[in-house]
Design a protein around this ligand. Structure first.
Ligand SMILES: Cc1ncc(COP(=O)(O)O)c(C=O)c1O
Length: 519
């Protein structure tokens, strides 16, 4: 598309490729938007400029951390006009009819500037593209660029983007009942609980709003379980144990969330250190090593052992059957609870509804936390538990205003049904294997490639060096991916509805780019 614009001034301060005569300077510059974004809408210096959506700036500064854009404003009478924003919205108004209504007229630079100036900087959005809409495994940014989304909102969008059947369910519920608090019964919550207990080891479900909240709840439930147990002990046992078991055990490379309790269970020191003191009493054991676990699980002290049946954030490490069975046994022998964190690996990601179900009844937990994909992107968390844990909890012991609301539960009901449709989980298994095989084949001989590992569609590529440059190159070439572990693992968690053709396309991009940028 072509745009004639006289009034926008952009100065790329460093790292960018734009320079040139300034025909018209900003009278007033408000806000320096330090952005890492490409912004191919800012190539007009008082002359006719040709703007294509994918050329110019994007090739030189896409995601470049060092480019900063000064956006001009000028005063016209009493109106302070955001010149850049106006130009950007002009350029985006060309969106085709296929672009949904709410994704049209997204002002890239304004979004980036608002974020950079107003949103707390807890995510280093190295590639600050503005995602506007999606369909299935594909999504688009505000520049019209198309991506295969192998991030799926960090293992969340299991049905992909803008799933029509889910959208209908959500719209219908939104027109019916959004929120009631937990003071009253609602059908979506009750039916979802019934469905979740019927599909799992559990007798009861507790709803919350996120993965970290689900793990916090597990800690509280475990503590209350041991507290009640202690109350019922004989006097002599109480004298022996002195107090209820309160401690926790979790594993190296594990990730359980960012709130003070869940953070204490999380391995990465850089996440924990600045916020100490956290919840006291957690000890880390080595993942996959029963001897290491046996050393730290202590009768009368350990309340609960937390483990991911397949570690995600920590680097994509699926546990083997012997490890989980052994942990179950150790917990039973030491009278402590076993909690599986299936926030990332649960609900179909591994090709099983619950990741531990691959192994079977011998390793069933007492508690299980789930979240991410449960409502395909609406915020929900959930703890599934055995009756003996539920028995310890009383009204008032825990709760949440929003949790288990009708909207999110109706969405989750739909997701759970869809994931259990005939053939769905088998497809995850087949396509997961296909993805791993294709990657191993395509990366053979790469000097920094170590291995492909994972289970179902939770897949990681281990490199000998940081995979950040590859994430960036994949993004530039139309594939969204993230890292895991120390940053040396490329994590692939596409929507569970991904097809073989989309896998082929993604593998091609990864392999081509790996041979280009990781050498
Ligand atoms: C295994 C695991 N547990 C817990 C969490 C925290 O979930 P949330 O970000 O919803 O709080 C995550 C998030 O990545 C996770 O992967």
């Amino acid at each position: 598309m072509q745009l004639f614009c006289r009034s926008v001034v952009v100065v790329v301060q460093s790292g960018g490729s734009v320079s040139g005569p300034r025909r018209e300077g900003p009278r007033r510059t408000r806000g320096k938007a330090t952005t890492t974004a490409s912004s191919n809408r800012f190539f007009f210096f008082g002359k006719k400029a040709t703007l294509t959506r994918t050329t110019q700036f994007s090739s030189t500064s896409f995601g470049g951390a060092s480019s900063s854009v000064v956006v001009g404003r000028r005063r016209r009478g009493n109106v302070v006009e955001d010149i850049a924003a106006k130009a950007a919205s002009v350029s985006s108004s060309s969106s085709s009819e296929s672009v949904p209504k709410y994704a049209r007229n997204v002002n890239t630079v304004q979004v980036q500037r608002d974020e950079n100036e107003c949103v707390l900087n807890t995510y280093g959005r190295g590639q600050s593209r503005v995602i506007t809409h999606g369909k299935g495994v594909v999504c688009f940014d505000s520049e019209g660029k198309k991506y295969l989304d192998f991030t799926a909102g960090i293992a969340v969008n299991c049905l992909g983007h803008a799933d029509e059947r889910l959208a209908e369910v959500i719209a219908e519920q939104a027109k019916t009942l959004l929120h009631t608090s937990n003071l009253y019964h609602t059908q979506p919550q009750a039916t979802l609980a019934r469905k979740l207990v019927e599909t799992s080891f559990a007798d009861r479900a507790f709803f919350c709003n996120s993965g970290t909240e689900a793990n916090e709840a597990c800690v509280k439930f475990a503590r209350k379980y041991h507290y009640m147990k202690f109350q019922k002990m004989s006097k002599s046992d109480q004298e022996f144990y002195k107090q209820p078991a309160t401690e926790t055990v979790s594993f190296k490379n594990g990730f359980h969330g960012r709130t003070m309790g869940a953070l204490a269970l999380t391995w990465k020191e850089q996440y924990r250190k600045p916020f100490e003191p956290l919840m006291p009493g957690n000890t880390f054991a080595t993942y996959g090593d029963l001897k290491s676990a046996a050393k730290v699980i202590k009768r009368g002290k350990t309340a609960v052992v937390f483990v991911e049946p397949a570690q995600g954030e920590g680097g994509i490490f699926p546990a083997d059957a012997e490890f989980l069975k052994g942990l179950r046994k150790l917990c039973d022998e030491n009278d402590c609870l076993l909690a599986y964190d299936e926030v990332q690996c649960g609900l179909g990601r591994t090709g099983y509804l619950w990741a531990h179900q691959k192994i079977g009844k011998e390793c069933e937990p007492d508690l299980l936390s789930a979240a991410k994909p449960l409502a395909n992107g609406l915020p929900i968390g959930c703890v599934l538990m055995k009756q003996k844990v539920a028995d310890a909890m009383q009204p008032g012991d825990h709760g949440s205003t929003f949790a288990g609301g009708p909207l999110v539960c109706q969405a989750a009901l739909h997701v759970v049904d869809r994931v259990q449709e005939p053939g769905f989980l088998d497809n995850v298994k087949t396509n997961g294997k296909y993805l791993k095989d294709k990657l191993a084949e395509g990366l053979k001989g790469h000097p920094m490639f170590k291995e492909v590992r994972g289970t179902g569609l939770l897949v990681g590529i281990q490199f000998t060096d940081m995979a950040g440059p590859l994430v960036k190159a994949c993004g530039e070439n139309g594939l969204l991916v993230i890292t895991a572990g120390k940053g040396d693992v490329l994590r692939l968690v596409p929507p569970l509805v991904v097809t073989k053709e989309q896998i082929d396309e993604a593998v091609k991009i990864i392999c081509e780019q790996a041979f280009k940028v990781m050498v």
